[in-house]
Design a protein around this ligand. Structure first.
Ligand code: SF4
Length: 352
């Protein structure tokens, strides 16, 4: 079953397309001081290695803007500058060569300043993301609608209309909330009002477990409805983990191909250390992350191979030993301590 995506306009962030028929991309944001270009470059490279496709950095003062050229020259994914209030920093970031801006045009002072930013953005075809969340709603709109989907969407549209009046339509939009039902209602409403690409996220989602569940619910439900063109998981954690969660959301919905390790929850039939084995298999297959490959790690020979019939390869535990199987057919029996190594060898011999 494939997901029918809602039609949106498309734009480009460097080499990467967002919206239209472009694949859904995974974004993250650094948490280093942007002015510390060395630390920022290091983190961006780690995030890129984890699968991050677009990176955002805060540009909160001139020193941060000054660091942008060195950062851009040292990375190979599009860079977005996150700007609040200061149009001069926006222009400095564009001139430094960023691929995108995150900026709310209603917050930078005057339409004249917006026009200056737009002129620079247009010249270099730099798209702008308008990002509203429950903490940054327009005051008048907040008083009229309160913290509601209507309020978030009207706040976002106010910024959208400013850019449209300035004759600029290279934009994408986000309306994030920490409350998942509110976030869902906001994006659903927004997707009916505009055809600009949408950047999905649950803001301030929380620490690892809570934030992962909330992000998977909020982002996943919308993607399944065909809403959303690029995603960012926000966690109070290492951003590498955000990227991993983003990947798993896309994989779980079939929106991206990649390695899937299926493993059973274990039960009274299990007689091998399945938790350790599953972790070792997953770690051992890191090089297949982007390959279309399903591998099963099952606790028992009685039910394992049958339950994991859809897997390309798998192992199932016995008592002190286990079997390897391929598409539900048994390949061989091996001692427990050799199960992981033999499974990895079998996969490599057939996939490489
Ligand atoms: S595969 Fe076997 S060990 Fe795993 S949950 Fe099913 S019956 Fe239990």
């Amino acid at each position: 079953m494939s997901i029918l995506r809602r039609k949106t306009r498309s734009l480009r962030l460097g080499d990467i397309g967002v919206g239209g028929d472009c694949p859904i991309t995974i974004q993250s944001m650094t948490n280093t001081q942007t002015a510390d270009s060395k630390a920022t470059i290091k983190q961006i490279r780690e995030l890129q290695a984890a699968g991050c496709e677009i990176i955002r950095v805060t540009v909160n003062h001139q020193e941060a803007a000054d660091a942008l050229p060195a950062i851009i020259n040292s990375i190979s994914i599009p860079l977005i500058a996150d700007i609040h209030f200061d149009h001069k920093l926006a222009i400095a970031a564009i001139n430094a060569g960023v691929d995108g801006l995150r900026l709310n045009p209603g917050n930078i002072g005057s339409e004249l300043k917006v026009q200056e930013v737009v002129a620079a953005a247009r010249e270099r075809r730099v798209p702008i993301r308008i990002g509203v969340n429950t903490g940054s709603m327009d005051k008048d709109i907040y008083q009229k609608y309160g913290v509601t989907a209507e309020g978030l969407v009207e706040s976002a549209l106010k910024h959208v209309h400013i850019l449209e009046r300035a004759g600029y339509e290279e934009m994408k939009i986000s309306v994030k909330a920490s409350n998942v039902p509110l976030m869902l209602a906001s994006y659903r409403l927004l997707s009916k009002r505009v055809d600009y690409p949408l950047h999905l996220g649950v803001t301030e989602a929380g620490t690892m477990l809570r934030g992962t569940v909330k992000s998977a619910m909020g982002i996943g439900i919308l993607l399944e409805e065909g809403i959303g063109d690029t995603i960012r998981v926000s966690l109070t954690s290492d951003p590498v983990y955000e990227v991993n969660v983003g990947r798993q959301i896309l994989l779980a919905l079939g929106l991206r191909k990649g390695l899937e390790v299926i493993s059973c929850p274990t039960c009274g039939r299990t007689e091998i250390d399945l938790v350790k084995i599953a972790e070792e298999v997953e770690a051992g297959l890191a090089e297949y992350r982007d390959k279309d490959l399903r591998v099963a790690v099952m606790g028992c020979i009685v039910n394992g191979p049958g339950e994991a019939r859809e897997a390309d390869f798998g192992l199932a535990g016995g008592k002190g030993d286990g079997i390897l199987f391929c598409k539900g057919e048994i390949v061989k029996k091996v001692p427990e301590e050799a199960l992981v190594a033999e499974l990895l060898d079998l996969i490599r011999s057939q996939k490489d």
